[in-house]
Write a protein that binds this ligand. Structure first.
Ligand SMILES: Nc1ncnc2c1ncn2[C@@H]1O[C@H](COP(=O)(O)OS(=O)(=O)O)[C@@H](OP(=O)(O)O)[C@H]1O
Ligand SMILES: Nc1ncnc2c1ncn2[C@@H]1O[C@H](COP(=O)(O)OP(=O)(O)O)[C@@H](O)[C@H]1O
Length: 209
C-alpha cells in the first residue's frame, strides 16, 4: 500500500453547496440493518421507487449486489465483513458528496462498524433504520434457502445462526417486519425522513409499479 504522505488530494472546483443546489436536495445515507431475510432489500427497493417517483436523485447499495462486484473477494469472517462495510462506507460518502440520497441495505452486524459508517458519512447525513425481525421469522421465511444450509453447517459464519448480530442501540427508525405490512414499514421510514428533511414534490416521474 502506498503511504498517504505520497498522495496529494485534489479538490473539486464545484463546492458541496453548489452540488446540493443543482440536485435540489439534501443528501442522506439511509442505512438499513438487520438479519438476512428481515426485509432490508424489499424496503430499500420500495423506498427508492417512492423517492425516485417524487423526483429525487436516489440510488441503492445492497449487500448482495456489492458482494457480486466491488467486494467479490470477501467472505463473511468478522474481518471480511468489516472490510466490506469499510468499502461501502467510502462508496456511500462519494455518492453523498456528489449530492445523492443513498439507501444502503446491509446486515452490518456490528455496532462498531455501523458507527464507523455514521462518522464517515457525517452525523447529520446518516439515518439508521433497524429492520427488526425475529430469527424465527427469518428462518421460516428463508427467502433464499440460506438458513436451511446454515443450520446444516453447509454455510459457516451465518448471521443469527453461527455468527453474531448486534441490534442497534439507538436507531433513528425501527420497523418490525413480523408485525407490520411492507406498506406500514415503508410509511414509518418516509415519516421519519419527512420529519428531518423537507420532501418537496419536484418534477414527478411516472413509473409503472
Ligand atoms: N455467512 C453469511 N452470513 C450472512 N449473509 C450471508 C452469508 N453467506 C451469504 N450471505 C448472503 O450475503 C448477504 C449479506 O451480505 P452483507 O454484505 O449485507 O453482509 S455484512 O453486512 O457484511 O455482514 C445476505 O443477503 P441478505 O439476505 O439480503 O441479507 C445473504 O444473501
Ligand atoms: N414489513 C415488511 N417489510 C419488508 N419485508 C417484509 C415485510 N413483511 C414481510 N416481508 C417479507 O420479508 C421478506 C424479506 O426479504 P428481503 O427483503 O430479501 O430481506 P433481506 O434483504 O433483509 O435479506 C420478503 O419476502 C418480504 O415480502
Amino acid at each position: 500500500m502506498m503511504s498517504s504522505d505520497s498522495i496529494l488530494l485534489i479538490e473539486s472546483h464545484v463546492s458541496y453547496a453548489q452540488r446540493k443546489a443543482a440536485m435540489m436536495q439534501e443528501p442522506r445515507l439511509i442505512w438499513l440493518t438487520g438479519l438476512s431475510g428481515s426485509g432490508k432489500s424489499t424496503l430499500a427497493l420500495r423506498l427508492e421507487h417512492y423517492l425516485f417517483c417524487r423526483g429525487y436523485k436516489v440510488c441503492i447499495l445492497d449487500g448482495d449486489n456489492i458482494r457480486n462486484g466491488l467486494c467479490n473477494d470477501l467472505g463473511f469472517s468478522e474481518e471480511d465483513r468489516e472490510e466490506n462495510l469499510r468499502r461501502v462506507g467510502e462508496t456511500a460518502k462519494l455518492m453523498l458528496d456528489a449530492g445523492l440520497i443513498v439507501i444502503a441495505a446491509f446486515i452490518s452486524p456490528y455496532e462498531a462498524g455501523r458507527n464507523a459508517i455514521r462518522n464517515k458519512a457525517g452525523l447529520d447525513r446518516f439515518i439508521e433504520v433497524y429492520v427488526n425481525c425475529t430469527i424465527e421469522a427469518c428462518v421460516n421465511r428463508d427467502v433464499k434457502g440460506l438458513y436451511a444450509r446454515a443450520r446444516n453447517g453447509i454455510i459457516p459464519d451465518f448471521t443469527g445462526i453461527s455468527a453474531p448480530y448486534e441490534p442497534p442501540t439507538a436507531p433513528d427508525v425501527v420497523v418490525d417486519t413480523v408485525e407490520e405490512s411492507i406498506d406500514e414499514s415503508l410509511l414509518k421510514i418516509i415519516q421519519f425522513l419527512e420529519s428531518k428533511v423537507e420532501l418537496v414534490d419536484r418534477v414527478p416521474v411516472m413509473l409503472p409499479q
